[in-house]
Design a protein around this ligand. Structure first.
Ligand SMILES: Cc1ncc(COP(=O)(O)O)c(C=O)c1O
Length: 356
C-alpha cells in the first residue's frame, strides 16, 4: 500500500546525524530555549526571507511549543481576550478555533471558497461586529490564502504552509506548526510566531515564558510555551532540505493532476506547497475503496467542518455550506517528499483508472 505519509523514511536517513546532535545537547546541559532554539530562530528567519534589504531588520521568529500555541500567542499579542470575537474559516484543523477559545474569545466560523477551500473574504465584512478583534486566514493544505480587506489584525495560520507565503512583511503575524507531518516537521511538537513587528515579538517572547520579564518577575499572566533544544536541533537538520522537499511535493501534485486532469482538485496556485494533495469527490467512499483495492492509501482532512464539530456547535453563526461540502468530499492522496518515483507512478495509474 502506498502510504499517505510515512515519517520513518526521513527518520532513517536523519537518525545518525540527529543522534550525534542529541548527544551534544544532552552533554551541554541545555534543555529549553537555548542556543539551538536561538540558532533555529535565526535560520528560519533567513529561510522565510532569503533576500532582505540591508535597511530592514531580520524577521522576528519566536519558537514556541506548538502551532496551536503560536496561534494563541499571536492572537494574545494583538490584544484578543475574553469576550472578543475572532473570524476563522469554517473549514480548517480544529486548533485554529481552539486557539481563540483558549483566550476566552469566541471563534466565528465563516464559510470558505468552493475552489480554494480558504476563507471566503467576501463574507468577512458581514461577519464583523464591534466585538471582532482579529481575522485568522488559514493557508489550507499549503495553498496560499488571500488577505481579507479589513482594518482588523490578520493572523495567518501557516501551520500547513511553510514556503507558501512570499512576503511576511505584508502580514501582521504568521503562525507556523512543526507537528511531525508538516512540511517542516519536528521530532515532537513545535511552532513559531513570525512577525516584522519587534514590539509584537517582544510580547510573544514574554508570553512564551509565563509573562516573565526578569528572573522571576512576571509582568503578565501567561503559561509555558517553550520549545525544547532537541526539537530545535531536529528542525535545524530539516530546514536545509525544505526547499527541495517542497519542490518534490509540487512535482508529485503535478504528476497526479496530469494523470486525472478532470478530477475536482483544490484550485491551483503557483506558491502551493502541497502539505496535502487533495481532490473532491461526491462519491468519496466508493473512490476510497477503489484506491485501497489498487494499493493506494487515502485520508480525510477533515471529515467535519467547524460548524459540524460537536464541541463547537455553540459557535455556529451563518450557514457554511461550502465548508460542509468540502468536509463531505475531500480526499487526501499520498504526498510526501520520500515517495519513490515508482510509488508516484502507481498512484498516478490509480488516478487515471478510478473515476473520481
Ligand atoms: C491549519 C492548522 N492550524 C493549526 C494547527 C495546530 O498545530 P499543532 O498541532 O502544532 O498545535 C494545525 C496542525 O495540527 C493545522 O493544520
Amino acid at each position: 500500500m502506498v502510504p499517505v505519509v510515512d515519517l520513518s523514511r526521513r527518520g532513517r536517513s536523519a537518525a545518525g546525524e540527529f543522534a550525534a546532535t542529541v548527544t551534544r545537547i544532552v552533554e551541554s546541559g541545555s534543555r529549553l530555549l537555548g542556543e539551538e532554539t536561538a540558532a533555529f530562530e535565526r535560520e528560519f528567519a533567513v529561510w522565510l526571507e532569503p533576500v532582505r534589504s540591508p535597511r530592514l531588520q531580520p524577521l522576528e521568529v519566536v519558537a514556541v511549543s506548538s502551532g496551536a500555541s503560536a496561534l494563541q500567542l499571536a492572537l494574545a499579542a494583538v490584544g484578543v481576550g475574553a469576550g472578543d470575537e475572532v473570524i476563522v474559516p469554517a473549514f480548517t484543523a480544529v486548533p485554529t478555533a481552539a486557539a481563540v477559545c483558549a483566550l476566552g474569545a469566541t471563534p466565528v466560523p465563516v464559510d470558505v471558497e468552493a475552489g480554494t477551500a480558504n476563507l471566503d473574504n467576501a463574507l468577512v465584512a458581514a461577519a464583523t461586529t464591534p466585538r471582532t478583534k482579529a481575522v485568522v486566514v488559514v493557508h489550507l493544505y499549503g495553498r496560499p490564502a488571500e488577505r481579507p480587506d479589513t482594518d482588523l489584525p490578520v493572523i495567518d495560520d501557516a501551520a500547513q504552509a511553510h514556503g507558501a507565503i512570499r512576503d511576511h512583511r505584508a502580514a501582521d503575524i504568521v503562525a507556523y506548526s512543526f507537528y511531525p507531518t508538516k512540511n517542516l516537521g519536528g521530532i515532537g511538537d513545535g511552532g513559531a510566531v513570525v512577525t516584522a513587528d519587534a514590539d509584537i515579538a517582544d510580547r510573544v517572547r514574554r508570553l512564551r515564558v509565563h509573562g516573565m520579564t526578569a528572573m522571576y518577575v512576571h509582568t503578565e499572566i501567561s503559561q509555558n510555551f517553550r520549545m525544547s533544544e532537541i526539537e530545535a536541533a531536529w528542525l535545524r537538520l530539516g530546514l536545509p532540505l525544505l526547499n527541495a522537499d517542497n519542490d518534490r511535493r509540487r512535482q508529485i501534485a503535478a504528476r497526479y493532476r496530469a494523470a486525472a486532469p478532470d478530477a475536482r482538485w483544490q484550485t491551483i496556485h503557483v506558491d502551493h506547497v502541497y502539505h496535502l494533495c487533495v481532490l473532491r469527490s461526491a462519491e468519496r467512499a466508493r473512490v476510497r475503496d477503489a484506491f485501497a483495492a489498487a494499493g493506494v492509501a487515502t485520508a480525510i482532512h477533515y471529515p467535519l467542518a467547524l460548524t459540524q464539530q460537536p464541541g463547537y456547535w455553540k459557535f455556529r453563526a451563518a450557514p457554511c455550506p461550502q465548508a460542509e461540502a468540502w468536509a463531505a468530499e475531500c480526499l487526501s492522496l499520498p504526498c510526501f517528499p520520500e515517495l519513490t518515483d515508482a510509488e508516484i507512478e502507481h498512484v498516478a495509474g490509480a488516478l487515471a483508472a478510478v473515476p473520481t
